[in-house]
Design a protein around this ligand. Structure first.
Ligand SMILES: *[C@@H]1O[C@H](CO)[C@@H](O)[C@H](O)[C@H]1NC(C)=O
Ligand SMILES: *[C@@H]1O[C@H](CO)[C@@H](O)[C@H](O)[C@H]1NC(C)=O
Ligand SMILES: *[C@@H]1O[C@H](CO)[C@@H](O)[C@H](O)[C@H]1NC(C)=O
Length: 496
């Protein structure tokens, strides 16, 4: 539990007014855009191809947005994901007034990709993409980035001291040392953790190590806007070892010589300061526009779904299955890869299974999936019991690195086969939520769905029956939208 002083109602700033005009009158178009993008990123969707292709060219420019009401301020969120970046500009009700996306331009530095330059260029491109006539209304900006993407910079100039270490890179050389200082099974005890990246850099850097600052991707990009070096948020900082419960780095970490590189940590969606003068004048943002701390990309995507109460959850049905549940209690269990992020006065607990849409795509084409799904009777339970995996090994909700995929016996009828697979994945989802409860989290009461699989209505019905819970599709799933909600939160706090 959190200290009681954190439990005041005002502390829950993710609780936005439940929008009657939620998020705007163009929800279908927004869903459609999500469907297209998920398809492009290779995640399975069940959707009418011709319709998508026909509408794809015009949608973005004409339909997705609402004009802000006169006098309304706007809030800008930017998401720096694995393959590209997006922005979303929203009003105080959460309606989207503009959005856009950019792929990362690739700059080569010798043989390696210069990611730092790529992100910085994309940041400024996205700011250019924000419609000119809205910029003077922007009250705040926030940014999310990929988790554990680490950049060590000169603490005076902000210039990178080495190439950034990406979310998917590992530093196995640092793992034994990290394990020797951190508590058993701590989040930092993974070769991809930010702390392993820091220790690896510390052990290999030769000079001026004391004039360095560790930043996460989102922190560094925000720095270009506000100019204060060394500020982060407690979601990004979790994997470097920050303890959001005591709101401090733990003593074992502070005792290390490299602890002076650690950034100052605030709650996500907290004002860091006004935009720098040169940024304001270059882009036409107003004098009172603030930059706010961000979060990680997957938390921003969770925030986008606008689950706000303990017991509300988001299941992400992409190539794999991930569940995230708002809980009043913090739970961590290394066996299942379960850990908790803090969100104001609640905890966001999560687990990720290796089952998911990737298995479906190995067996069926998109067209088959669409046709076969139509013929499923979701009210009827399937007698088939599978454990769909693309390769050996499972972590959550069953911790078994040797688990083999189970997709047999295969019935002659493909409708029955697909029904059996979808229902089996639903059972794994249900088991996931039960496990979180058994580990001490709040009981799930409602499930929102993101990812390609959320578009399959038959699957949704099957999941409703198997989970025994209301299941619906999240109307917003873009991380940039979640970052915009953080900007809105930060602006509200700042005005108080
Ligand atoms: C796809 O959508 C179009 C128009 O909405 C419709 O005419 C067509 O029958 C649909 N195709 C399939 C396979 O559902
Ligand atoms: C990590 O992801 C980047 C793109 O986000 C990719 O270019 C790179 O190859 C990946 N590296 C590894 C080790 O998977
Ligand atoms: C650490 O994790 C392992 C499995 O990953 C588990 O077996 C062990 O009980 C955990 N130890 C503690 C102290 O939590």
């Amino acid at each position: 539990m959190l200290p009681s002083n954190l439990l005041s109602p005002a502390a829950n700033l993710f609780l936005l007014p439940s929008t009657s005009c939620s998020p705007c009158n163009h929800v279908d178009e927004l869903k459609f855009i999500n469907a297209y993008d998920l398809h492009a990123s290779g995640i399975w969707i069940s959707r009418n191809q011709s319709r998508r292709n026909r509408r794809r060219t015009t949608m973005r420019v004409e339909m997705e947005v609402v004009a802000p009401q006169a006098g309304n301020r706007l809030y800008l969120g930017m998401d720096f994901g694995t393959s590209g970046a997006r922005f979303a500009l929203i009003d105080k009700e959460g309606a989207v007034c503009a959005e856009g996306k950019r792929d990362y331009p690739l700059f080569k530095n010798d043989e390696t990709i210069d990611w730092a330059r790529s992100w910085k260029t994309t940041l400024f491109s996205l700011l250019e993409d924000v419609p000119n006539h809205y910029r003077h209304l922007v009250a705040s900006i926030s940014i999310d980035g990929t988790s554990a993407t680490t950049i060590i910079v000169d603490s005076n100039t902000g210039q990178p001291l080495s190439k950034p270490l990406l979310y998917n890179e590992t530093c196995p050389d640092a793992l034994p040392l990290v394990k020797s200082i951190a508590p058993v099974n701590h989040t930092v005890c993974s070769a991809s953790s930010t702390l392993c990246k820091l220790v690896s850099w510390w052990n290999s850097a030769d000079s001026n190590k004391e004039y360095a600052t560790l930043l996460h991707q989102a922190d560094w990009l925000l720095w270009f806007l506000h100019g204060k070096l060394g500020v982060s948020d407690y979601n990004n900082a979790l994997k470097v070892g920050y303890d959001p419960e005591i709101e401090s780095y733990p003593p074992w970490l502070l005792a290390q010589p490299y602890s002076m590189l650690l950034p100052h940590v605030k709650a996500p969606g907290t004002s860091i300061g006004y935009l720098k003068e040169d940024i304001r004048s270059q882009f036409g943002f107003p004098n009172d526009c603030i930059a706010c701390t961000g979060t990680t990309d997957s938390i921003a995507a969770f925030l986008a779904a606008r689950a706000t109460m303990p017991g509300q959850a988001v299941t992400s049905l992409g190539s794999t299955l991930a569940i995230k549940l708002l809980s009043t209690n913090r739970i961590d269990d290394a066996r299942f890869g379960v850990y908790s992020h803090r969100l104001d006065n609640m905890w966001l607990v999560g687990g990720a299974s290796n089952t998911g849409g990737a298995v479906l795509r190995q067996i069926f084409t998109d067209k088959q999936l669409e046709e076969l799904s139509k013929q499923i009777n979701p009210m009827k339970s399937s007698p088939l019991d599978y454990y769909p995996l693309t390769s050996i090994g499972e972590r959550f909700p069953e911790a078994d690195p040797q688990m083999a995929p189970r997709l047999h016996p295969r019935p002659e009828n493909d409708v029955e086969y697909l029904h059996g697979i979808l229902e089996s994945i639903a059972r794994i989802e249900g088991k996931g939520y039960r496990l979180l409860k058994d580990l001490g989290a709040t009981q799930v009461e409602e499930v929102l769905t993101a990812g390609g699989g959320s578009k399959n209505e038959k699957w949704t019905k099957i999941r409703e029956r198997v989970l025994g819970l209301p299941v619906s599709r999240a109307s917003q799933t873009e991380a940039a939208y979640g970052a915009a909600l953080l900007a809105l939160k930060g602006a509200r706090l700042f005005m108080q």
